[in-house]
Design a protein around this ligand. Structure first.
Ligand SMILES: [Zn+2]
Length: 377
């Protein structure tokens, strides 16, 4: 612990520098990741898929919000990096923020960057906005989440040696993420890939941050190599031969990082969206949005003890699905939520109800449909 404190003290001047420079994949890289990620989304998220231009144009909003006078723990400036390798035995660093703070102190943890926890916070906000049906805010949050996930895939955002100063590779950060990416962006091809439901967004973020960190030495070695083949001594503007060599040495893993960032981002978007609707089963096999509101006959019917009710909605709207008895008395509310257009199903197991006829009514905005079902005991 003592030793670690010394390490931290030694690094404070270095960490101070990062707060004065606006770093992150360059705007080209961020735009590319935010725009391309939608291609991995399922068709049930078509409404969100259609907004790729929005996510692209807001890909760097988070960078513009940095305010270096903000001293709060989750200040914007510290959200964009995670110097994970400054921690001793960092592969076994606890993921839980309270545990890390208990071990190393709040001030140090903040200085070393809060990126994985910022991703978790942003993911939680997105989920809550989906639940509220607040698309306007959710789209901005999706853009920010893209920014942070992209930062976490930039190896130099995941290391204490973020600008090569500890190894004589000074200035590599912007050469690698900005000038090189701007020069070779057309060579970065993102292809459609399968996404996954993420059980723990925080653990997931640690996984890709550790992977990014594992590439740091390769970026630094590529810089040293590119300097030697181009004859560039580190002062003034590097020649194109330097960038050609830097790209040759890094292109495979850099392109893979872009691909992985888009898959991670789409997976997190998808997970937030599913979590917001966790009482519902979404049928991903149906690729087109329904053109109207449809309430299907429950199945099985008559039923005991449970039945399934399927319905479709054609536009984003406030939705209620309620059950009534034969006298019109409300028995249970199965859904009360803002919902996307799509095909849904709800399972219902009545509690303490006798045999008889019941009605279920779907209300979508101003229109409604009602059907009858029979419980047989
Ligand atoms: Zn950033």
């Amino acid at each position: 612990m003592k030793k670690f404190t010394n390490v931290l003290l030694r690094c404070i001047p270095i960490i101070f520098l990062i707060t004065n420079v606006s770093y992150s994949w360059g705007s080209t890289g961020h735009k590319l990741i935010n725009r391309k990620s939608v291609m991995h989304l399922p068709n049930s998220m078509a409404t969100l898929k259609a907004d790729s231009i929005y996510y692209e144009s807001h890909a760097s909003d988070a960078d513009y919000r940095k305010n270096y006078n903000d001293t709060s723990f989750f200040a914007e400036a510290q959200r964009h990096y995670f110097d994970i390798d400054i921690y001793p035995n960092f592969h076994s660093l606890p993921r839980n923020l309270d545990s890390v703070i208990a071990l190393y102190g709040r001030g140090n943890v903040r200085q070393n960057g809060t990126l994985p926890w910022a991703i978790q916070l942003t993911f939680d906000s997105l989920t809550a906005q989906f639940v509220r049906g607040d698309f306007v805010t959710a789209k901005a949050t999706m853009s920010d989440l893209g920014h942070y996930v992209a930062d976490a895939h930039q190896p130099l955002h995941c290391t204490e040696n973020y600008d090569g100063k500890l190894t004589g590779n000074d200035g590599i950060h912007s050469r690698y993420e900005s000038t090189m990416i701007n020069t070779f962006k057309s060579s970065i091809i993102i292809s459609q890939d399968s996404i996954q439901y993420i059980d723990s967004p925080l653990d997931y973020s640690f996984e890709y941050i550790l992977h990014s960190n594992s590439l740091v030495d390769s970026v630094l070695a590529a810089d040293t190599y590119a300097k030697s083949v181009s004859g560039w001594n580190g002062s003034g503007t590097p020649p194109s031969t330097y960038y050609n060599a830097l790209w040759q040495k890094t292109k495979y893993f850099t392109s893979a990082q872009f691909q992985s960032a888009t898959v991670a981002l789409a997976s997190l978007w998808y997970t937030a969206w599913l979590n917001a609707q966790d009482i519902l089963t979404i049928d991903e096999n149906i690729s087109l949005f329904p053109s109207s509101i449809t309430l299907e006959q429950n199945y099985p019917n008559p039923f005991n003890p449970k039945t399934e009710i399927k319905f479709q909605i054609s536009h984003f709207s406030g939705v209620t699905l309620k059950v009534f008895d034969i006298s019109g008395r409300e028995i249970e509310t199965l859904i009360y939520s803002a919902m996307y257009p799509g095909h849904y199903s709800v399972e219902w197991t009545p509690k303490d109800l006798g045999s008889g006829t019941y009605f279920y009514r779907l209300q979508v905005g101003g229109s409604s449909e009602t059907r009858r079902m029979i419980l047989v005991k």
